[in-house]
Design a protein around this ligand. Structure first.
Ligand SMILES: *Cc1c(COP(=O)(O)O)cnc(C)c1O
Length: 412
């Protein structure tokens, strides 16, 4: 497209945009189980309106916009309240999980250096199931990633002993997930905490996808093990508002046990031509709307609203587990939250994935081991039966050797 010499009327442009969206996956109908967290029309409308109220404002300027600065503080204090943040714990809103993880690593590195670690090449010890955002951040900062195989007992949990063996004097961080993305399983964070204490290593918990889910699941009676600041060795946590926090995209939180740790995160500079500036996260400009929408959603839903939604997601996951088990699938490990992965002993995963894509379902898949993967939303309560019916039909087709043209077996 070339920029039009004369602009077109908004009505026309808008219609053009809606027409473009028509080719996208039908996420509003609950046909995606990746990328979109669909908590219903009312939450969507709320995000939209609350985002709009502070859309032009900039979180870069807390003195100009004390409104946003206070909303950020409030969101962080709500987060710390849910995740057992002790007195003095703190954090910041970032643009997303990748930003939160990058900043946690930067903070851990600068903390280690301040404590006297040599500036030789550092490393991070992470389970094989840890998110690729750690690998990306490590690449940016020229840090080595030590990716440690999981336990081999079918639990899909991080292996604390193997992780302990990978730690050395240049390790700036060890990582556990709550839960990991590929299998939806919570790592044994308490055991990782013991190792972190023994070895005096920073333990980061990646609760990007579980941080705003697990606390409410626990309130609903799900036996969620300790995974947050309740474990004394946990120094930082990443938790995404724009996932199971049901907030508008562009919002995550990175949290620290103390100000003493946090103080290694912000960047400030006075030796340049411009005014001295200080930024807490990777971003310069920070969209006010992402902050105001998060504040609004948390205040409108409240604990009871989140409990209800996460309860619905857990129920749906249980229905899906029962349904896929009845079709002969094996669920990987024992998921407790909103993610589940499952595989069939007699059917090729990618063939199944293609067959489901042809039926309009856009989900993710896991590679180790090959399995179908769902990240469920409240909306899926309405479509779980349709999903299972289509899965049964796809399984029949694949078992019968259906060689229909496959969709590309990738999702990004
Ligand atoms: C989504 C996710 C991330 C990355 O978050 P983005 O917001 O996509 O950058 C990191 N870790 C886990 C476990 C995730 O699910």
């Amino acid at each position: 497209m070339q920029m039009p010499a004369e602009g077109r009327p908004w009505d026309e442009v808008r219609a053009d945009m809606l027409a473009r969206g028509a080719g996208d996956v039908a996420w509003r109908d609950g046909k995606t189980a990746v990328y979109v967290f669909n908590a219903g029309e009312d939450v969507h409308a709320l995000q939209h309106e609350a985002y709009g109220l502070f859309m032009a404002e900039n979180g870069l300027g807390p003195l100009a916009f004390p409104s946003l600065a206070q909303m950020e503080k409030d969101v962080i204090s709500m987060a710390l309240g849910l995740l057992h943040g002790p007195e003095g714990s703190t954090g910041a809103i970032t643009s997303g999980g990748t930003d939160s993880i990058t900043m946690a690593i930067k903070t851990a590195r600068d903390y280690a250096r301040a404590k006297g670690m040599a500036k030789d090449r550092h490393n991070i010890v992470i389970p094989r199931s840890g998110h690729l955002a750690f690998h990306k951040a490590a690449l940016l900062m020229d840090i080595e990633i030590r990716s440690v195989p999981l336990k081999t007992d079918g639990s899909y949990e991080a292996d604390p002993a193997a992780m302990a063996a990978a730690i050395d004097g240049a390790t700036i961080m060890m990582v556990g997930s709550a839960p990991n993305f590929p299998h939806g399983i919570i790592d044994p964070i308490a055991e990782l905490g013991k190792i972190a204490e023994e070895k005096d290593v920073w333990l980061h918990v990646d609760a990007c996808v579980g941080g705003y889910f697990a606390p409410f699941a626990r309130m609903n009676g799900v036996p969620v093990p300790d995974f947050d600041f309740a474990i004394p060795a946990v120094k930082s946590i990443s938790a995404d508002l724009h996932k199971y926090g049901y907030c508008a995209k562009g919002a995550s939180t990175v949290l620290f046990r103390s100000v003493d740790l946090y103080k290694h995160m912000p960047f400030s500079l006075s030796e340049w031509s411009g005014a001295p500036m200080k930024t807490p996260t990777l971003a310069g400009t920070r969209p006010g709307g992402a902050i105001s929408a998060a504040w609004a959603v948390m205040n409108v839903l409240g604990i009871s609203g989140y409990r209800e939604k996460q309860g619905l997601v857990c129920q749906t996951r249980e229905r899906i587990e029962a349904g896929v088990n009845a079709l002969g699938f094996e669920v990987l490990g024992k998921p407790l939250l909103g993610l589940v992965a499952f595989r069939h002993p007699q059917a090729d995963t990618l063939a199944l994935y293609s067959a489901m894509r042809q039926r309009g379902w856009f989900t993710s898949f896991t590679v180790e081991p090959p399995s179908l993967h769902l990240m469920l939303s409240p909306k899926h309560a309405e479509v779980a039966d349709d999903y299972l019916a289509d899965l049964a039909a796809s399984l029949e087709a694949v078992k019968a050797g259906d060689t229909a043209p496959k969709v590309e077996a990738r999702y990004s």
